[in-house]
Design a protein around this ligand. Structure first.
Ligand code: SF4
Length: 510
């Protein structure tokens, strides 16, 4: 262990779930006395928290590691640590192939970041609040490209798993045997309300990871193999974290997990997510509460009724459907199809007036015929999503679909992605026009990176980072706007995906 506390540069790749892991590791390092820096050239230790979901993410991870390795060979850094999903996939290979890497930290051992960095563990309770918020220039300290209690988190045991997960485990869903370089054991870790976190998403908005892992059998997905079986955080732990975040000034909470709609099943809760939302919506100063990543057949009436019951719960539903042709969905081992989905979406819109829908699809899944793709197009036309992402199928070793025949050519896959996005562009352009004149509360996020003439904001219908932009070109009764404050605004202009608004109030009371 070193006496002098090091300066650490942290790079977080991948999704918000990985970002929360980064925030936990940064919190642990911060509590251990390390200083965080946004500049890799100033860092003694560099940490890259990687993503390994699909090939392009792996490539970005490897490129970033190599880029950071240069600061070790040519600059001041003395240690390079690789964390995250890539470690779960290629633990041994990383150090073998990139000798500059000094240590690896898997998703199930976040506390090991301290030992890897040569920092002694500080007992929990040594700090008043588990949160620190990166402010001002420090906001970019994290570079974000796109049972048995341990010191900081909890290692779950089989007793708390879901029956579905146990069955899938027996069927070999979580096996890593085909993966050279991966450790055998699946991660079981979950952070809790006492775990330090350094928030990188500003003072006002924060993610809360309510569960980790996934028990679903989707054949294109290796996340269960990387992240382990589904496990929920304790109800009280999530509530305590949410209350502490709000006490620290956070006003928007976004609940995440691989599948948030399974929340609580392993704890014996029925409608666990609805119960949790109901409880969190009672936190007085919280303004917006949302959850991402709903699984389509788990959108219960109670969940919808809960969203409708509370003004604080955003009228926003993110439900990645992945496809719409029943035959493709069957090969994906997800089931259902356009007809059932349309019924679910209609039910959701009826239960929650003004509900905004987000989804994501995968095109070019093995064997996807022209007819199946046409079914997907028809479904997209009928469903009229507010926000939609389309991803090209990526062949992942270890995923069920890897062994399927009839793989499509890359250029066919890309052509289908473009075609679906063009279709959505038209749908979105038309739907967005309906927004003109609408008044709504918005959260100001700061000056636009594109031009200092515009500011950027979000409404309850825009989840952080993923949805279209909301630009402000008129400050109304304000000489200047304050980042992190809520205002009333009116939509004055719309584009394919983006909206333009004028502010019509002073900052709203906290
Ligand atoms: S629900 Fe399916 S796609 Fe999502 S993480 Fe689980 S296995 Fe992967």
């Amino acid at each position: 262990m070193t006496e002098k506390k090091p300066t650490v540069g942290f790079i977080s790749l991948g999704c918000p779930k990985n970002l929360v892991d980064s925030e936990v590791m940064m919190g642990l390092l911060d509590r251990g006395g390390a200083r965080l820096t946004a500049k890799p050239e100033d860092a003694d230790i560099l940490v890259v928290n990687t993503c390994s979901f699909i090939d392009s993410a792996k490539q970005e991870s490897v490129d970033t590691i190599l880029e950071m390795a240069r600061f070790k060979t040519e600059g001041r850094a003395t240690k390079l640590i690789v964390a995250g999903c890539l470690v779960e996939r290629y633990r041994d290979e990383i150090q073998k192939n990139i000798p500059e890497v000094d240590a690896v930290v898997g998703t199930g051992e976040l506390e090991a970041i301290l030992e890897a960095a040569g920092i002694a563990q500080v007992p929990s309770g040594a700090q008043d609040s588990p949160f620190k918020i990166l402010t001002g220039a420090g906001h970019n300290v994290v570079q974000h490209h796109h049972g048995q209690e341990s010191m900081a988190g909890t290692h779950m045991h089989a007793a708390t798993s879901r029956a579905e997960g146990d069955v899938r485990e027996e069927q070999g869903r979580f096996k890593r045997d085909d993966w050279q370089g991966a450790a055998h054991e699946l991660p079981t870790y979950l952070y809790n309300e006492t775990t330090p976190r350094l928030l990188s998403t500003g003072k006002v908005s924060a993610y809360i990871k309510i569960a980790e892992g996934c028990d679903h059998p989707c054949t294109f997905c290796v996340i269960p193999n990387l992240r382990g079986k589904f496990r929920s955080r304790r109800f009280e732990s999530v509530v305590a974290e949410a209350e502490a975040l709000v006490a620290n000034g956070v006003r928007e909470l976004t609940l995440i997990g691989q599948d948030t709609t399974c929340y609580g099943e392993d704890l014996g809760l029925k409608d666990g997510l609805a119960l949790l939302l109901d409880r969190l919506a009672q936190i007085p100063k919280l303004k917006w509460l949302r959850f991402l990543y709903a699984y389509p057949n788990r959108i219960s009436n109670e969940l919808l009724a809960t969203i409708a019951r509370h003004d604080k719960i955003c009228s926003y539903l993110d439900v990645p459907l992945q496809h719409a042709a029943p035959t493709t969905l069957k090969r994906m081992k997800r089931g259902a199809g356009a007809e059932i989905f349309l019924k679910t979406l209609a039910k959701a819109k009826k239960a929650v007036p003004g509900l905004v829908l987000r989804t994501a699809f995968i095109v070019g899944f093995p064997g996807e015929t022209a007819e199946e793709f046409a079914e997907l197009e028809e479904f997209v036309k009928a469903a009229e999503f507010d926000w939609m992402g389309v991803f090209n199928y990526s062949d992942e070793e270890g995923a069920g679909a890897y062994k399927l025949e009839d793989k499509l050519q890359k250029r066919t896959i890309e052509a289908r992605r473009k075609k679906l996005m063009q279709l959505q562009q038209k749908i979105s352009r038309k739907a967005k026009r309906e927004w003109i004149g609408r008044e709504l509360d918005i959260l100001v996020e700061g000056e636009s990176e594109e031009t200092p003439l515009l500011w950027e904001a979000r409404s309850q219908f825009h989840a952080p980072e993923i949805d279209g932009k909301l630009y402000i070109n008129d400050f109304g009764p304000n000489d200047a706007l304050k980042t992190g404050k809520f205002y009333r605004a009116r939509i004055t202009e719309t584009h394919d995906y983006d909206l333009v608004a004028e502010i019509i109030s002073k900052p709203l009371a906290d």
